[in-house]
Ligand binder design. Structure first.
Ligand SMILES: Cc1cc2nc3c(=O)[nH]c(=O)nc-3n(C[C@H](O)[C@H](O)[C@H](O)COP(=O)(O)O)c2cc1C
Length: 221
């Protein structure tokens, strides 16, 4: 089958689009408002963009009132945000923090997670998350959308400090992903977690290409 997304004439009981781009990592984004209210929300429209220097992005649609989400407003007004890695163990807290609540609500309290101070930015980190990036907002790109919620703010941030909990670094010096069990979004109400992995190396002799993928410390960062 095929269908035109402008017409959504797929004939299926649910829109299949999001289930076609999977699994999506969840950027669990913390911010603080200029008034000092701490905010936390998950975004599965999240990715790294490059690595030297590292940039990440999250894309926030408008809320159900047609307004920009608090995370976007805060990251624009303060120029900062924090990415916290979402894990299987933290799934209920991640879900709680997605509730649409007024900007005056402290969403760390709503999610029942602990605030850890950051070093370079004012927004707090989620202490229970094994990996966090302190980010400075680089640019917000607004993409036009259909209807109230379709419009999206793509927030790009430069990563200025990276925190990794010591116990998730394995004896081989790599992140122990099977211990972390990152949480990822699928379509519908479905999620998955990373519970298996395998290695592949690109064929050929291009050392720089290989070092770039492996992330070898002496290589291209
Ligand atoms: C796992 C998960 C992923 C989500 N991903 C997105 C997303 O990519 N973009 C978005 O606009 N909303 C997403 N949401 C909904 C937001 O988290 C929700 O609207 C939240 O209330 C926004 O909070 P804020 O207004 O404090 O920024 C997601 C929710 C969940 C549970």
């Amino acid at each position: 089958m095929h269908y035109d997304p402008d017409r959504n004439d797929h004939g299926l009981p649910f829109n299949p689009f999001k289930a076609c781009v999977i699994p999506r990592p969840i950027g669990w984004i913390s911010t603080v408002s200029p008034a000092g209210v701490h905010n936390l929300a998950p975004f599965s429209q999240f990715q790294n963009l490059t690595f030297d220097p590292p940039y990440v992005m999250f894309a926030a649609n408008q809320n159900t009132l047609g307004k920009r989400k608090d995370t976007v407003v805060n990251s624009e007004q303060t120029g900062e945000f924090v990415y916290n890695m979402a894990t299987y163990d933290l799934r209920e807290a991640v879900n709680r923090s997605a509730a649409e609540v007024p900007p005056e609500v402290d969403e760390f309290e709503l999610a029942h997670v602990t605030k850890a101070p950051s070093i370079r930015v004012k927004a707090f980190r989620v202490a229970e998350s094994p990996v966090q990036f302190e980010c400075r907002t680089h640019q917000t790109l607004r993409l036009p959308g259909n209807g109230l919620m379709g419009t999206v703010d793509v927030v790009i941030g430069r990563v200025v400090l990276i925190h990794i909990r010591d116990d998730v670094i394995g004896a081989d010096g790599r992140l122990d992903i099977l211990k972390i069990r990152p949480l990822a979004r699928l379509g519908y109400y479905d999620y998955t977690t990373v519970d298996s992995l395998f290695e592949m190396v690109i064929p050929g002799e291009n050392e720089n290409l290989l070092i770039g993928l492996e992330g070898a410390a002496g290589g291209t960062k």
